[in-house]
Design a protein. Structure first.
Length: 397
C-alpha cells in the first residue's frame, strides 16, 4: 500500500499543475498551419499544490519531492491551427503547447495525445492548463492536440478509433506548434517521444504510424509508450463480448462515430437493447456525462447491448459494423520501426487486455521491437505503473 501511495504522490507531482491564464491576441499571418494563440499562461508547481484535492498532501509532497519542485516553471498556450477533417476538407482545430520557460532548457519533444471524453467540454484544452504538460518542467516541449470533436471543433463528431484522421490531425498540430514556437525564438526538436494512456494511447500509435509513413514531417521517434489503449477495434469488441463488462461506456460512441463517418445506416435496434436503445443516439451527444451514463446503464453490457452482440454469428448490422472496425485497425498493415512499449492490466475494466495482446503479438510476429508490460488491477490502478515508468525515462533520458 505504501508503494502505491508513493507512486501516486510522485505521479501527481509530475503530471498535475495549474496556472494563471489570460487571453492573448497574438496572430501570425505568414504561416501554413498555425493561426493564433487563444490562451496563454505560466505554470508553476505551487498552483498544483493549492488544488483542493492535493492540499491535504502538500506538506508530504514538498517534504519528499521539494527538490524536484523548487523553482520549476513552464509556459503554456492554446492555439488554433489548420488541418483537415475526415473527408479531407479544411478545418480549424486546437491544442495545447507546454514548453520550458528558458529556451536553453529544451531537450526533446514529447507528444501526449489526450484521452477520450464522453463530454464535449472534456477535451485537453477544456482545462487550462492541461495537467499532461508536466514534461515541460524537465525540458520537453509537450504537444497535446485536442483532436476533432473537442476544443474549437465541438460541433464535429469525434472520429473514434479512426487512425488515419486522428494521426493526421495530431501530426499537423506538430507543424503548427513548430511555427508558433518560432515566434518565441524556440526551435522544435525533431526527436520526439510519444506517450499516452487510455484512448490517448491508440492515438499515439496512430501518430507513430503516420510519422513513419509520411517522412515529410521530419520526425525522429525515440520511443513510444502506450498504456491501456484500444489498438484494434475488433479485438476490443471481441473482448467486451467475452466478458460482458465495461467500466467506461465508450462503445456506443464508437458505434455512432463509425455509422456517421461511413454512412452505414445501421439499425440501432439490432445493436443496442433496453433503455439505451430507447435513448440512442441522444445520450451520446457529448452533453451527457460519464457518471450519468455509467449510473444509468451500469457495467453489465448485457443490459444495453443486443443479445446478438455476444454471439459468434451476430446479426447483419453488427457484421457490417465489424467490417469497418477491421478497416480501422491501428495494427494491421504496417510494422513499427521504432521501439514500442505497451502497458496493460489483464484486469482492465475499461479497455480489454485483448487489445494490447493483439498489437504485441502481431508486431512481434513481423519483427518489430515491442515490449508488453502487464500486471493486475483496474484501468486506473495500472496507470500509476505507466506514469511512473514514463516519468522515470523522461527524467534520466
Amino acid at each position: 500500500m505504501k508503494y502505491f501511495f508513493s507512486v501516486f504522490c510522485v505521479a501527481q507531482v509530475l503530471i498535475l499543475f495549474s496556472c494563471a491564464g489570460h487571453q492573448d491576441a497574438l496572430e501570425i499571418k505568414e504561416t501554413r498551419y498555425f493561426i493564433s494563440v487563444l490562451q496563454k499562461g505560466t505554470l508553476t508547481p505551487q498552483h498544483f499544490l493549492s488544488y483542493d484535492e492535493v492540499a491535504p498532501y502538500a506538506e508530504t509532497i514538498e517534504k519528499y519531492a521539494g527538490f524536484i519542485l523548487k523553482d520549476l516553471t513552464a509556459e503554456t498556450v492554446i492555439i488554433n491551427y489548420r488541418t483537415t477533417d475526415f473527408y479531407g476538407n479544411p478545418i480549424v482545430a486546437s491544442g495545447s503547447i507546454v514548453y520550458p520557460t528558458r529556451p536553453n532548457d529544451v531537450r526533446m519533444t514529447f507528444e501526449f495525445p489526450g484521452i477520450a471524453h464522453v463530454l464535449k467540454s472534456g477535451g485537453p484544452s477544456g482545462t487550462f492548463p492541461n495537467p499532461m504538460g508536466l514534461p515541460a518542467f524537465f525540458g520537453y516541449i509537450t504537444l497535446i492536440p485536442d483532436l476533432i470533436g473537442y476544443g474549437v471543433t465541438t460541433d464535429y463528431v469525434h472520429p473514434f478509433l479512426m487512425p488515419e484522421i486522428t494521426g493526421k490531425v495530431a501530426a499537423d498540430f506538430r507543424l503548427a506548434a513548430k511555427e508558433y514556437l518560432k515566434t518565441v525564438d524556440i526551435s522544435l526538436p525533431e526527436e520526439t517521444v510519444i506517450g499516452s494512456y487510455s484512448y490517448g494511447a491508440n492515438v499515439g500509435l496512430a501518430l507513430a504510424k503516420y510519422y513513419q509513413l509520411h517522412d515529410e514531417y521530419n520526425v525522429k521517434i525515440d520511443k513510444v509508450f502506450l498504456g491501456g489503449g484500444c489498438y484494434d477495434p475488433r479485438a476490443a469488441f471481441d473482448g467486451f463480448a467475452a466478458s460482458g463488462k465495461s467500466g467506461y461506456p465508450i462503445l456506443p460512441f464508437i458505434v455512432m462515430s463509425m455509422d456517421y463517418y461511413y454512412d452505414l445506416h445501421l439499425n440501432y435496434q439490432n445493436i443496442f437493447y433496453g433503455i439505451l436503445a430507447e435513448h440512442y443516439p441522444d445520450w451520446c451527444d457529448g452533453y451527457h456525462s460519464k457518471g450519468f451514463l455509467t449510473n444509468t446503464l451500469g457495467t453489465d453490457m448485457h443490459q444495453y447491448l443486443h443479445p446478438d452482440f455476444f454471439t459468434k454469428e451476430k446479426n447483419a448490422d453488427l457484421n457490417r459494423l465489424y467490417d469497418y472496425l477491421a478497416l480501422n485497425s491501428h495494427v494491421d498493415g504496417w510494422t513499427p520501426e521504432m521501439p514500442v512499449y505497451f502497458y496493460h492490466s489483464t484486469e482492465d475494466d475499461y479497455v480489454p487486455f485483448e487489445c494490447a495482446a493483439y498489437a504485441y503479438e502481431q508486431f512481434k510476429k513481423r519483427g518489430a521491437y515491442v515490449r508488453l508490460i502487464k500486471g493486475t488491477g483496474s484501468h486506473s490502478d495500472f496507470a500509476l505503473r505507466f506514469v511512473a515508468d514514463v516519468a522515470a525515462y523522461l527524467l534520466i533520458k
